[in-house]
Write a protein that binds this ligand. Sequence first.
Ligand SMILES: *Cc1c(COP(=O)(O)O)cnc(C)c1O
Length: 499
Amino acid sequence: MPAPDRFRQIPSVTSLLARDDIRSLLAHHPRAVVLGAIRRLLDGYRGEASGEEGSGRTREEWTSRLIAALPAEVSAGEEISLRRVINATGIVVHTNLGRAPLPEEAIQAISETASGYSNLEFDLAGGTRSRRLVHVEQMLLALTGAESVHVVNNNAAAVFLCLTGLARGREVIVSRGELVEIGGSFRIPEIMAASGATLVEVGTTNRTRVADYERAIGPATALLLKVHPSNFRITGFTEEATISDLVALGGRLGVPVMEDLGSGAVFDFGQAGIPGTPTIKQVLAQGPGIVTVSGDKLLGGPQAGIIAGRKSLLEPLKKHPLSRALRIDKLCLAALAATLRLYADERRAAARVPVLAMMVEGEGVVRARARGLIARVRRKQALAARRDTASPEAPNHVPGDVLAGAEGLTMHVERSFSSPGGGSMPEVEIPSACVAVSHTRVRAEELDARLRKGNPPVVGRVARGRILLDMRTVRNEELGELAGALLAASRELCHSGND
Ligand SMILES: *Cc1c(COP(=O)(O)O)cnc(C)c1O
C-alpha cells in the first residue's frame, strides 16, 4: 500500500468516539484520560504504519487492535507514575530509586505537617513571625559542631548559593582532580559558570600540591574549593592537598576555604566494620570556613542541602535573595527535624534510620532474609499444589495456577556485595547475600523486565544469566510481595508462549 493510503486506514479520533464500546468507557473514566489513551495508541500505529509490518493493515484491523488495547491503556493513564518499588540492587542510597527511605518518625512528621497548619514560621510563645530554620538549627549545630548552619533545598543548591554569595565576579580555585560530575547534571565547572564565579584550575588530574593553590592566589581570589570526588577515585601516582593544608594556606593569605563534602558521615562507620569516611564534625574541626552536604546522603533523611561553617561567611548567605528561591519546603523540613532528633542518640539512630540500619546489618541477618525469600516462594508453591489436589472442582479454580511456570524457577543464596551508594564511599563493598534466580524456560532479561513491570515493581540486576536480588535493601515486610512477584512473573512468561 502506498504511504498516504496506509495512514488513511488508521481510524480518526472522531470516528472512534462515536462507537458504543468507547462511549461506555467514557461513562466510567474521565474524557481526558480516554482521549489521551486513544491518541497514544494512534501515535504508535502511525509509527507502525510507516514500517514494513503495519503497511497492509486495514481500518477494521487497526480499529479492533485499538479496542482490544484501550482498556489497559486507559488504566495505565489513570495510574500515578511515581510509585514505590522494591529495591533489590543492594545499593542503599540509590540515586535513581529515591535515595533514602525515611525513618518512621519522619514519615509521621510529614503526615502531621501536611494535613494541617503548623508553626512553620510562627513563634507560639510571642505570637509573632518567626523563621522556618529554627526547627532544625540547634540540632544541626550540635551534630556538626559548627558556629553557624543554613539549610536549603539540596546540596547542589547549597554549593550554588555559596559560590554565588561568596564568589560571584571573583575567582574560585579548584584542583583539576576534583572537577567532577555527580549524578548527571551536577558538574563543578558548569555550576561555577552559572554562579558567576570564575573557575581557576590548578594542578593535574592525579597530583595537586598546596604550592599549586598558592601560586594561583591573587587579589581576585574569593575561595579555595575542595570537592569530594564522591563516585570515583583516582588511584596510583596521586597527591592532593588535604583540607587542613588548604586551611593553613587560606589562613596565611586571608582566603576562606570551602569543602563540598557531598555525603560525609555522622558516625564513624569504622566501628561497624565499614571503613570510615571522616565524620562531618571531624571535617569541620580541621577549620574550613564552609562545608556543604546533602541531607539525604548524610542523614538518611529527606532531600536537603546543609551548609555548616563560620558565622561571618554564612550570615550574608542567609540574607541572600537566592536563599528564598532555594529554601527547603515545609514537608522536607518536618522530616529533617524528626530525623535529626533520632541522631541525638547514636544507638537510636542506628536502629531507627533505615539507611543506617541497612548499612550496619550483619551479613548473617541478610543471608537469613535471602533464605526466607526462598522459603516463602516454596511455601506458596506447596500451598498451590495442595489446593490443586484437594479441590480440583472448586469454583474459579485454575489447575496448577501458581505452579504453572513456577516449577522451572531455580533459586539459591549467594554471597554478594552491597554498596552504601549516594556516591559516599565508592570503594566500600559491604559483604551481603543475594538470591540468584533463574528459570529453565525464561531468559533472565525477560524475567527481570517482567519484575520491573510488576506491582510493586522489583528492581534487581542481571548477571551471568541470572537475576541477582540483593537482600540488604529488601525489608522483611516486602518478602511476601517479592515472593508473589517472582511466581507471578514466571507464570505469566510461561503462559505467554515462552516455551
Ligand atoms: C551528591 C553530591 C552533590 C549533589 O547533592 P544533591 O543533594 O544531590 O543536590 C554535590 N556535591 C557532591 C560532592 C555530592 O556528593
